[in-house]
Design a binder for this molecule. Structure first.
Ligand SMILES: C[S@@+](CC[C@H](N)C(=O)[O-])C[C@H]1O[C@@H](n2cnc3c(N)ncnc32)[C@H](O)[C@@H]1O
Length: 411
């Protein structure tokens, strides 16, 4: 049968754990729109906006089973252009930060990831909105990837500006302590306690300070223990400016607790959203790049989350599906899709409820499962059976499957 194209504004995914949302669209406008619903409810905001580089960023996408098997990316697609003039950039950031402050809880915190290009003016904007006393750290995330400069010192760190909303912020350093890598300062006297543990002591101003060699160590404001993603890192999604999960794991752990809400308004490949999912935090993400939903369908697999499109997605091209309706289930087989098969990135079967598509089963290409399943099966529910096809370029096509046509070979 030939399914009927339908306009869909949002998709929901079933799963376990804390729930999340992702909005495809422009951050400042969406943040303003979120304020009435979420004012004072967000515990942690992590933002990794464009850095004012003037560059164009891409995604190296995998198209088809062959690419997923070999790990090759045969398609390079534009992801976003970091090309705003400085005045427009700072106006956008001020607006996004103003709304962000409204969204934060009184015990909430904001981490703004940037680099030498914009950190000075972003800090002034943040000082203005949050108060200069609210700057807790200027974190240097130090990495060793990239080339070597000849006309200046090689730039090997990003800056993360860490602000609190009020003095009663809820920061949990004990959640991010790490085992010691080397014994502490050797100028201290070394002792062994009755249990055989090694500790060092030093006397200063009449007080004796003791430090055990095996005490866990909290991070300082220089983060040189989280490496940037290597070219062949299995975490890599192909998104140019993807950050490592370990970086976001640290931020999410120390600045939020289970069940609390984490927001990333420039979510990109969804690193912060995945960290939130893995740590049982609720999350809201925003990004204007149409390629992001395909990445999130992989990274957020298993979590209950909703995807909001800025405008209804209307399909183009011919699609044919074979439907089998059994006792208590529908079984759908893709017979023809409106794109070359290798350009189909993922597809889903579920139910249409107004302009919402409730996904019950999906097949998504991945390293583990490079081939798409040609058939999916879902239980019978009230409502209209629906289908979504998403191509590698980020376009989603939604269709309704009319139950009265299922056993009619002429439709
Ligand atoms: C540095 S990347 C974020 C990378 C992300 N942290 C990750 O780990 O993948 C910046 C993101 O901001 C998005 N972006 C830029 N301008 C935007 C805007 N006005 N509204 C929403 N997203 C925007 C880009 O599409 C890009 O994905």
């Amino acid at each position: 049968m030939q399914p009927k194209p339908v306009a869909v504004r949002r998709e929901s995914y079933e799963g376990r754990g804390a729930d999340g949302r992702f909005y495809l669209g422009d951050a400042p406008g969406l943040l303003d729109a979120l304020v009435p619903e979420y004012r004072g409810q967000v515990k942690l905001i992590y933002m990794d906006p464009p850095f004012l580089t003037g560059e164009r960023f891409v995604i190296r996408a995998r198209a088809g089973e062959g690419d997923w098997k070999t790990g090759r990316s045969s398609l390079t697609l534009p992801a976003y252009d970091d090309d705003l003039d400085p005045e427009s950039y700072y106006a956008l950031m001020r607006r996004a930060l103003e709304a962000s402050r409204e969204l934060l809880r009184d015990d909430g915190m904001l981490f703004l990831h940037c680099d030498f290009r914009a950190s000075a003016r972003l800090r002034l904007i943040l000082d203005d909105l949050f108060g200069p006393d609210s700057l807790l750290n200027e974190i240097a995330w130090v990495y060793h990837t990239g080339g070597t400069a000849k006309r200046y010192f090689s730039r090997k760190h990003d800056t993360i500006l860490f602000y609190r909303k009020t003095r009663s912020y809820d920061f949990n350093i004990s959640a991010v302590v790490a085992p010691p890598v080397k014994p502490r300062q050797n100028h201290m006297r070394k002792h062994v306690d009755p249990d055989g543990r090694v500790y060092r002591s030093i006397r200063s101003n009449g007080r004796v300070y003791t430090y055990y060699d095996d005490d866990p160590v909290p991070p300082t404001d220089v983060w040189d223990d989280v490496s940037h993603l290597q070219q062949r890192d299995p975490q890599r999604t192909g998104y140019d400016t993807q950050k490592p999960l370990a970086l976001l794991d640290r931020i999410v752990r120390c600045a939020s607790r289970e069940g609390e809400l984490v927001l990333d308004p420039f979510a990109g490949s969804g690193t912060a959203l995945e960290a939130a999912k893995l740590l049982g935090r609720r999350f809201v993400g925003i990004d204007k790049c149409a390629l992001v939903p395909n990445i999130l369908r992989r990274r957020l697999d298993g979590a209950p989350w909703e995807l909001f499109y800025p405008e209804p997605q209307i399909p183009e091209g011919d699609c044919r599906v074979g439907i089998l309706s059994g006792v208590g289930f529908y079984h759908a087989r893709l017979e023809q899709v409106p794109m070359p098969w290798d350009m189909l990135d993922n597809w889903a079967l579920g139910y249409l409820e107004g302009d919402r598509f409730r996904v019950l089963k999906q097949s998504v290409r991945s390293r583990k499962e490079p081939a798409l399943l040609p058939e999916l099966e879902v239980p019978v529910f009230n409502g209209t059976l629906g289908l979504r096809l998403s191509d590698v370029r980020g376009k989603s096509h939604h269709y309704a499957l009319d139950a009265s046509d299922f056993n009619n070979p002429n439709v």
